[in-house]
Design a protein around this ligand. Sequence first.
Ligand code: NDP
Length: 252
Amino acid sequence: MKLYGLIGKSLKHSASPAIYQQIFDREERTDCHYALFELAAMEELPRLLETHPELQGFNVTFPYKELIIPYLDHLDQAAEEIGAVNVVTVERSTGKILLTGYNSDWVGFSESLTGEMLPDRALILGTGGAARAVAYALRKREVACQFVSRSGKEGALRYEDVSDELMRAHHLIVNCTPLGTAGLHENELPPLPYQALTSHHHLYDLVYNPAVTPFLQQGIEHGCRIQNGMAMLHAQAVLAWQWFKGKMTNVE
Ligand code: NDP
């Protein structure tokens, strides 16, 4: 049996096992299983690898996407530039375990983005690993990105600095914060001047549970194009599966 899985702190609501089961079923891989591994701390990883010699690769989620980097033997270029890893392949030879880290979030986002034309400028809400992956994907497609952060980190605007005019100048707005997530920040949305939205805007929420978050609800009410994070989740899993199978080494 080949084992794959997801590491994170709290995984109760993860959609990943169902997504991977679809992939295994489609490829008739009855020899593969996908499991959830809740780790209380990153230091538990070596023990996990020891106790599961059949583990071939795993996905990484909150809060370990950055913390895992010191445990890796290799890092692909995109993961290094983004500074976050959400896919790790495991190779074992002569008693050694070799871990390679990748980032499939940026590809998942890029592939899932709908619409014929991308706008010139985007607002990215949040500054975590997912926000940096989204910015990496958009910049590759020549979209200028402006981060918005609660703390006004270097280069980022504070929410209170986002004016109607700024909203009107950025036709793509991507929520990369957990606000709106069911059971966590339910009914919360990033504090923005939503009255400035128009039908030219595209609101993308990385959150996919619920399907329509309060942020996307604002988009509906103002006639915007809206998208949740489900297609991104699927696309990044399909790519991770290629890495797990050793079918792909890098993505440009
Ligand atoms: P992080 O925790 O690394 O970053 C989230 C960022 O959101 C923080 O850096 C912070 O930015 C901001 N933030 C956190 N809490 C709040 C809050 N209460 N109010 C306002 N802003 C807040 O998470 P990730 O970057 O890994 O993921 C972000 C979201 O994207 C999660 O909900 C995750 O589930 C989702 N996601 C979805 C994917 C998909 O495939 N659909 C893939 C990856 C992530 P600052 O401090 O600068 O304000």
